[in-house]
Design a protein around this ligand. Structure first.
Ligand SMILES: NC(=O)c1ccc[n+]([C@@H]2O[C@H](COP(=O)([O-])OP(=O)(O)OC[C@H]3O[C@@H](n4cnc5c(N)ncnc54)[C@H](OP(=O)(O)O)[C@@H]3O)[C@@H](O)[C@H]2O)c1
Length: 308
């Protein structure tokens, strides 16, 4: 990956140009760069799927947001740059409470968490949840969103630094995922957790499934471990458990109005002080390759934002 100059962007009809103040780094950006994502863009391409900044030009037929509005936007690709061009409808005004770095790392992690926990998992106040990968991007967000929904949160992570981050984000207790996950989670929840939120997969999946109580739900979020686990279905039958898939990316693409409502609800919670997103680490744009390498190799705690 190299930083290079390209021509300034011009907005087409219905589009806005955003001058990027921060670009959020996501696991999926690393998959794109490695050519391991299901969509393989022709080379060369600019990675980066979510940004925050200020609208600096609007094309014909745009009724808002106006030039000068602070916005965040999902852009699929092109975010690791000084400018992006997106459809005006994709540029969402951000509350003063969110600086550019936190806004640029908000949408994917927090929307995934709320859509998984509430819409797919039916999380109710007072329920016990085990969040795996709790020191990572979607995991830390899930800790905060689960707390905001009134749940008790056990945060699982592999290092003390990640567990400390989960505690600081509001987790009630932490679990070292290199130990006996099933026994520890059952002991903490006095018999079994109601929900598992799993962005990691691999060897953690089996003990986490067995940690579920009667009517427990297992949310399949991702496979950051690199291994898609095979779950024993007898363990799903036993205790009337459910395994529930979560594909927020596809859902948000085919339900743009519902996605906008979900995002606005989360932004309102930030404005009202019910959600205080964890500030990301920040790095300059030309550190993008190193940051993606760190992310894909488990070395990042929370999120990273690139500042062009
Ligand atoms: N379903 C959806 O809609 C959706 C939406 C967004 C993201 N995702 C997926 O969720 C997964 C996690 O995303 P993220 O942004 O949270 O990533 P992340 O910030 O890198 O966190 C992933 C966590 O996975 C754990 N992990 C275990 N083995 C790993 C390995 N070999 N390499 C990297 N991480 C490993 C690490 O925690 P420990 O060190 O504590 O084990 C790490 O903190 C990705 O697969 C992503 O594609 C899914």
């Amino acid at each position: 990956m190299t930083v290079t100059e390209i021509k300034p962007l011009e907005p087409g009809p219905g589009q806005v140009v955003i001058t990027v103040e921060a670009a959020g780094v996501n696991y999926v950006d690393g998959l794109f760069v490695h050519g391991r994502y299901q969509i393989k863009p022709p080379l060369p391409f600019v990675p980066g799927s979510e940004i925050a900044g200020t609208v600096t030009a609007v094309g014909p037929d745009v009724t808002g947001p106006a030039v000068g509005t602070r916005v965040l936007a999902g852009c699929g690709l092109g975010g690791f740059a000084e400018q992006v061009v997106v459809p005006a409808a994709a540029a969402v005004p951000i509350p003063d409470e969110l600086d550019a770095a936190r806004a640029a790392t908000f949408t994917q992690s927090y929307c995934t968490a709320l859509s998984a926990l509430r819409e797919r998992g039916g999380l109710k106040p007072g329920e016990n949840i085990l969040v795996l990968g709790a020191g990572g991007g979607v995991g830390l967000a899930a800790v905060q969103v689960a707390k905001a929904l009134g749940a008790r949160v056990l945060a699982g992570a592999s290092t003390e630094g990640k567990r400390d981050a989960a505690l600081a984000a509001g987790a009630d207790a932490v679990l070292d995922t290199s130990t006996d996950v099933k026994s520890a989670a059952r002991a903490w929840s006095e018999g079994g957790v109601d929900l598992v939120y799993d962005p990691v997969g691999g060897a953690l999946a089996d003990p986490a499934l067995r940690a579920l109580r009667e009517n427990g739900r297992y949310l399949v979020i991702g496979f950051a471990s690199g291994t898609i686990p095979a779950l024993p279905l007898n363990q799903v039958l036993l205790r009337n458990r459910a395994v529930v898939g979560v594909d927020w990316g596809a859902w948000s693409g085919s339900n743009p109005q519902a996605q906008r409502a979900l995002l606005n609800e989360l932004l309102r919670q930030v404005r009202d002080g019910h959600l205080d997103p964890v500030p990301p680490h920040t790095e300059p744009l030309d550190a993008a390759g190193k940051v993606l390498d760190d992310l894909l190799n488990r070395r990042v705690i929370g999120k990273v934002a690139l500042l062009p």
